[in-house]
Design a protein around this ligand. Sequence first.
Ligand code: ADP
Ligand code: MG
Length: 353
Amino acid sequence: MQQEPIIICDNLVKVYRLLGLEIMALQGLDFVAMPGEFVAIVGASGSGKTTLMSMIGGLEQPTSGWIHVANHELSQMNQKQLNKYRQNSVGFIWQHATRNLLPYLTSRENIELPLLIGGSLTHDKEEYIDQLLKMVDMTDRSNHRLSELSGGEQQRIALCIALINHPKILLADEPTGELDSNLAKQLFDTLRKLQKELDLTIIVVSHDNEIKKFVDRVVTIRDGRVATETLKQTIQLVEKLPTETPLEESLQETDHQFEEMAIFDSSGNIHIPDEYRKHLGIKRRAKIELIDDAILIRAVENDDGTTLKSIQQIREQKMQIQIETQGNVFERIYQAGRKRLHTKKKEKQSDDG
Ligand code: ADP
Ligand code: MG
């Protein structure tokens, strides 16, 4: 029987409105993940990665399109249903996840605290905490205060907290942003172990392309759309090796072989890498031709890119206005805050005096 995807994002659009300006964070994004997959989403800053994660995590709802995660139709759910979904169906770790931990409590106490507050700390949960601590190799450090742990160790405690309610999906937004490459590798080893032992689907976001070494599949987002997908290629290369090569060796040989593929969105759009277009002098128009087993894309004459240039200019102007307006608004909010503070101080002084 073929498995059903655990995450389906269909033509997701997210528009943020800020002071009459519209920011298209996602522009018709399609994304699917199968149960138990370990997928990385990479892309430049501002490409829409966090927006997508917030949507899969039920923190934000799309402007249009639909999103289905672990038997939940998120785009149709109300706030109460979304709260429950966030509590039970997904676990999160963020780049600054450890900032929410309390330095003067022990690792164990930090994991127990949210359960104590919510009144759901049971004997079973206590046992599960032991299991989780063991899986992330933190049993020995469970009675150490957070302030005595390294950044990587604190991150492991954040992982236990994310997994305490047995979610099927773990979302991690730039989890290695503050770790050096050695610690980052360790974190990915731990994630891989958790994925196997807890049957998790893991989605990790990063701006770092190197992450592809650690995952099964990499999806690249550009301008709020999926542009390419990279799969680890194993079978082909194993076949090419001499048959007497031991399996372990042949797997090591193939470990870091990747194949990047362009992705068509549901309207048939595809992203051609900028450097290819530049190389051929393609700006706005191209000829497309079907040959035997391929499609040729050729530059056309008189492609001066005029229309494209004006679109780019308008976009840049809009961005500039956006940045300036945002700046002004923050400045005004800041000044208003200072003024209030000043008035309060004055009032207090006159009260005291
Ligand atoms: P990434 O995580 O890839 O850096 P984001 O998803 O954070 O990208 O942002 C995508 C775009 O949406 C950016 O242009 C960003 O400025 C904008 N954006 C994100 N969140 C908001 C928000 N709450 N309000 C307005 N604009 C936002
Ligand atoms: Mg982000």
